[in-house]
Design a protein around this ligand. Structure first.
Ligand code: PMP
Length: 348
């Protein structure tokens, strides 16, 4: 190996779900929202001449709209290019101890990638047999804690008592709750922010706000933590939020009625789909997200996954220990889910 090769940083990257682009496909593999963004977003007037200028580095309008929406102050909000960017910045900013950070063994598969990239030691904690996170696993000394709530890809929700329990046993490190899916049925940890100055809550516009393509995520926490995040961001890339994201993000926040309507449609479809899955012989943890994590009693998950693909139905399959008998199926429109049920009836 040549010397220059030895100097290259070697990482095993995160593998995102496939992004096929076929006519008439049913795409249920990356937890996107099946409904279009709010009509207010679609009708927003952007002054594209503004693109000549650098965007507002503090994304003040978006930060202010989010602060207002959540009843927080502007200095409690940090925005980034999708929650992936916000989470990566948070790893870089908050996880600087020699002690390992803790996260579940079955969880968002980007966490170990960031830990490796930033050379952060970590330990994973096994979910129990019901796929629940055990609070006691997070009691021992550590360099920080992160978990999604609801967890992905299981869709299981932990209640606020659990979150409080983890926080009470981790007063000296940063605890990050990744709430990418919280709008689909959970109680947010935002209400715990006043009591815990070491808590960071992360959200995204990609799922419940139908804006995966725009890339907006945000973190909420006490002003000291938000300042630390901004200091790291400005040491890396000052202009992360582009002008259209700022304008359209604000419009999305303004249309709360549409947001609530689409979220409740997805929840209703999910409940119908769960019943259908039961009828077809699947088991799954009760979902609190916009996907269901389901396993069939006799047909291997991989087989269903491959057959579905042939019919242009895309779902997510993880070839990993403990979960290789499960499919993660995003909730689409009623029509899409009916087509999935017909497909399942046929192949089972
Ligand atoms: N957290 C979790 C748990 C996720 O599943 C995802 C979606 N892949 C993200 C964060 C990142 O989403 P985005 O970058 O689109 O905000």
């Amino acid at each position: 190996m040549s010397t220059w090769e030895k100097n290259i940083r070697k990482v095993v990257p995160y593998t995102p779900g496939e992004q096929p682009n076929e006519k008439n496909m049913i795409k249920l593999n990356t937890n996107e929202n099946p409904y279009p963004p709010s009509p207010k977003v679609l009708a927003a007037k952007e002054d594209l001449e503004q693109l000549r200028l650098y965007p507002d580095p503090v994304a003040k309008d978006l930060v202010h709209a989010l602060a207002d929406y959540h009843g927080l102050s502007d200095d409690q909000i940090f925005v980034g290019v999708g929650s992936d960017d916000v989470l990566a910045m948070s790893f870089l900013t908050f996880f600087n101890s020699d002690k390992p950070i803790f996260f579940p063994d079955i969880t968002y598969s980007f966490y170990d990638v960031w830990a490796d990239l930033f050379r952060i030691p970590y330990e994973t904690k096994a979910l129990n047999d019901a796929f629940e996170i055990e609070a006691e696993d997070y009691y021992p000394e550590n360099g920080g804690v992160i978990f999604p709530n609801p967890n992905a890809p299981t869709g299981l929700l932990a209640d606020l008592g659990f979150v409080r329990d983890v926080l009470d046993h981790n007063r000296d490190v940063i605890v990050i709750v990744d709430e990418a899916y919280i709008d689909f049925g959970g109680e947010s940890a935002i209400s715990l922010l006043p009591g815990y100055e070491n808590l960071i809550v992360v959200r995204t516009f990609s799922k419940s706000r139908s804006l995966a393509g725009l890339r907006i995520g945000y973190a909420m926490g006490n002003p000291k933590l938000i300042k630390a995040l901004n200091d790291v961001k400005y040491s890396y890339n000052s202009y992360t939020m582009n002008y259209p994201s700022i304008v359209l993000g604000v419009e999305s926040i303004r249309d709360d009625a549409y947001f609530k309507e689409t979220v409740s449609k997805i929840i209703a479809t999910r409940e119908w789909f769960e019943k259908e899955l039961t009828r077809l012989g699947f088991t799954y943890p009760k979902s609190y997200s916009n996907f269901v994590f389901a396993s069939h009693k006799s047909v291997p998950a991989r087989e269903i996954f491959e057959e579905a693909k042939k019919k242009h139905i895309y779902v997510r399959y993880f070839d990993k220990p403990r979960i290789n008998q499960y499919l993660r199926i995003t909730i689409g429109t009623d029509e899409e889910m009916k087509a999935v049920v017909s497909f399942l009836e046929e192949i089972l």
